[in-house]
Design a binder for this molecule. Structure first.
Ligand code: ADP
Length: 255
């Protein structure tokens, strides 16, 4: 089975860094025109620049691919609608959406402020809903669409200091479950990955020997399969192996 994205347009949110950047670069290599969305590089969500996205676009173009940068905040409907308009004006279709943008506001539950909760839920959960909603009518009209949600091992198993993040990450599984039912008759397939760990997001939390096992290059192929024409009809949640064991290793090492 060869996966290609020729003549397809793919939006990857939060693609200025880490996993999203890896997905964007590989999609471009496989023929997709890529919308590299990122609203800034700050991990706590205080973004406001598309500089990281522009660098990824330059990298794609240097390798002979086609891409545009976009600085929309995925949790803002008006900005996302403007992004979708930019894409439709440029390329006239949207085949793939990878909901990847994310922030962290890790704190023990007793110290977590309501703002820490609201911001994380707004980006991970509401952002995935807003972006999916904005592309939905286009995908319906085309009779083709692929949406990949990014959950997390933290959503499935929990993690210290991540009540906000793990709640939002499990909720995107629920969003996938219902959208996949509603999308089926329009050939819109929605699937989900739950990486064991990401890159920059968790680098402070992980011992180096655990981090080494969890690079984006291990995760991107699974995402590309779910984003492709070959994606399974019945929704699938690909979870990183050994997620629970990893949390226990971290705990035993006092991380
Ligand atoms: P990971 O390690 O999971 O890949 P990163 O922090 O490296 O995480 O990447 C997440 C990306 O998402 C960052 O580049 C960040 O700027 C981007 N991002 C965060 N919040 C938003 C948002 N509201 N809209 C668009 N991009 C966002």
């Amino acid at each position: 089975m060869t996966i290609r994205f020729d003549n397809q347009v793919a939006i990857v949110t939060g693609a200025g860094n880490g996993l999203g950047k890896s997905h964007a670069l590989e999609l471009a290599k496989l023929g997709a025109k890529v919308v590299v969305n990122d609203f800034g590089g700050a991990r706590d969500g205080s973004g406001g620049s598309s500089e990281a996205a522009e660098q990824v676009v330059a990298e794609i173009k240097a390798a002979g691919g086609d891409a545009i940068a976009n600085g929309a905040d995925v949790s803002d409907m008006a900005q996302v609608e403007a992004m979708v308009k930019q894409v439709m004006d440029t390329w006239g279709r949207i085949d793939v959406l990878i909901n990847n943008a994310g922030i962290l506001r890790d704190k023990s539950f007793v110290k977590m402020t309501q703002d820490d909760w609201d911001k994380v839920v707004a980006v991970h959960l509401t952002g995935s809903e807003i972006c999916s909603k904005a592309v939905w009518p286009i995908m319906r009209e085309q009779g083709y669409g692929r949406i990949v949600m990014t959950s997390s091992a933290s959503g499935l198993y929990g993690n210290f200091g991540q009540a906000n993040y793990s709640s939002a990450k499990l909720a995107v599984v629920g969003l996938m479950n219902t959208l996949s039912l509603e999308g089926e008759k329009y050939n819109i397939k929605i699937n989900c990955i739950a990486p064991t760990a990401a890159t920059r997001m968790t680098e402070d939390l992980m011992p180096p020997k655990v981090l080494a096992m969890l690079e984006p290059k291990e995760i991107t192929p699974a995402v590309l399969f779910l984003a492709s024409n070959e994606a399974p009809t019945h929704r699938i949640l690909l979870a990183g192996a050994g997620c629970y064991a990893m949390v226990r290793i971290m705990e035993s090492e006092g991380v």
